[in-house]
Design a protein around this ligand. Structure first.
Ligand SMILES: [Zn+2]
Length: 411
């Protein structure tokens, strides 16, 4: 009996299956699961098949639309004639328009900053139609002084170059609008001392672009309440024709985790109905989960507990969580289980934020927890081109799997 129990436990979470799903979703076929080139939607179709293979009772697709700015065409930049590499030396702010042409670079004097002098300098003929280059955090701190540089007509500059330490990020993909002037992220090393740049970047603003959530269900012994597992499967997609953001940690890791949880519950009849929600549009401002929360397939009051798993492809022994007010009773149980079993060295609970798909549920009073393993080896690659299969880390999968399945048994 003991041997049987041990064997069952070892096979409960299936690392090989998990890795297979992470690797597939991070591959070039899905182009970073973005909102152009059909990447996200192709990934959704793959997940639909994976859920069916896992043996769930039903899978439905829930379509919704978004307006989104994308970069799938030309993505070229030269600094004083030197070719820069997209995704490594530079990338685009998500809501930037495209940009074509050659421009002088005006480097903001951040050591002796004087806004009036900057605007006076930009009137000089040598800086006509310049791209204004400044450290991102500096311009953020001086928002008011920099605001005029971003509006058409307010200043004659062509746009902004914002420096960000390598590895360069693409941040969110939530360009629900396009601003007047281009904003380009660039590393300090790539732009230091540069006098002129040539930029050739295409953007495409997609209006009413259709995405879908994938909803899988495993029927349990009781149908009056349910548990819900959520993970977003979309990511940031493309930066030009060749570069894509694979998003192995963000969030192929969570997506794969809930697929293996679906397979587990399909084999071991759960006490209540189980829903597995693979959301799209998360990196476009939580659009898929917002849509679901507005159009739930099961009344939100019937959710006993919701687990949002986003970025567990890391190895921090301390597990980060956020918990809704209604989820605090459950959080005590999480702490108790973790204390007994030592899955993680500790759980670290932070303040609720609109940073992932639990948020639309937390604000609607659903008991829920957000599980994200951050600040480990993989975290530095967050929203960079290096968050890929080669840099994938798997340590947190098993402890998260055990923590949530133990919870369902005991809550
Ligand atoms: Zn994410």
């Amino acid at each position: 009996m003991l041997l049987l129990a041990l064997t069952l436990q070892i096979h409960a979470q299936d690392l090989a299956h998990y890795k297979h799903v992470v690797k597939t979703l991070s591959s070039a076929k899905y182009q970073g699961r973005g909102y152009a080139k059909g990447g996200a939607n192709k990934a959704g179709k793959f997940l639909q098949k994976e859920y069916l293979k896992a043996g769930v009772d039903e899978v439905t697709l829930q379509p919704f639309t978004i307006d989104i700015n994308t970069f799938c065409g030309k993505m070229e930049m030269r600094a004083d004639g030197r070719k820069l590499q997209a995704g490594v030396d530079f990338s685009m702010r998500e809501y930037s328009p495209g940009v074509h042409g050659e421009f002088p670079v005006y480097h903001v004097d951040t050591l002796n900053f004087d806004a009036d002098r900057m605007y006076a300098d930009l009137q000089k003929p040598e800086y006509a139609n310049a791209l204004v280059c400044c450290d991102f955090w500096f311009s953020y701190k001086h928002k008011k002084d920099f605001a005029r540089l971003q509006k058409a007509g307010d200043c004659s500059n062509a746009g902004l170059l914002q420096t960000w330490a390598s590895p360069i990020k693409f941040f969110k993909a939530y360009g629900e609008k396009v601003v007047d002037k281009p904003i380009i992220w660039v590393t300090p090393e790539a732009i230091q001392g540069v006098k002129r740049v040539r930029v050739d970047v295409d953007n495409q603003f997609l209006k009413g672009y259709e995405l879908f959530n994938v909803i899988a269900k495993v029927s349990g012994e009781r149908h009056d309440s349910c548990y819900v597992f959520t993970a977003h499967y979309d990511h940031m997609g493309n930066l030009g024709k060749k570069i894509f953001y694979a998003g192995a940690n963000d969030n192929a890791s969570g997506t794969a985790a809930i697929v293996t949880l679906a397979a587990y519950y399909a084999k071991h009849c759960p006490p209540y109905d189980m829903y597995f929600l693979s959301f799209s549009g998360e990196d476009a401002n939580l659009r898929g989960s917002e849509f679901f929360a507005e159009h739930p397939v099961v009344p939100l009051e019937q959710i006993k507990y919701l687990f949002n798993i986003d970025m567990i492809g890391d190895n921090n022994p301390v597990q980060y969580c956020e918990v809704s007010d209604e989820g605090m009773r459950g959080y005590k149980l999480f702490e108790q289980i973790n204390g007994e079993k030592r899955y993680f060295k500790a759980l670290n609970r932070g303040d609720l934020a609109a940073n992932s798909d639990h948020y639309p549920f937390a604000t609607r009073h659903v008991p829920c927890i957000f599980l994200e393993n951050e600040e480990g080896d993989a975290f530095k690659y967050y929203h960079t081109i290096y968050d890929d299969w080669q840099h994938a880390v798997f340590d947190s999968y098993e402890p998260v799997f055990r923590l949530v399945t133990d919870f369902v048994e005991r809550y």
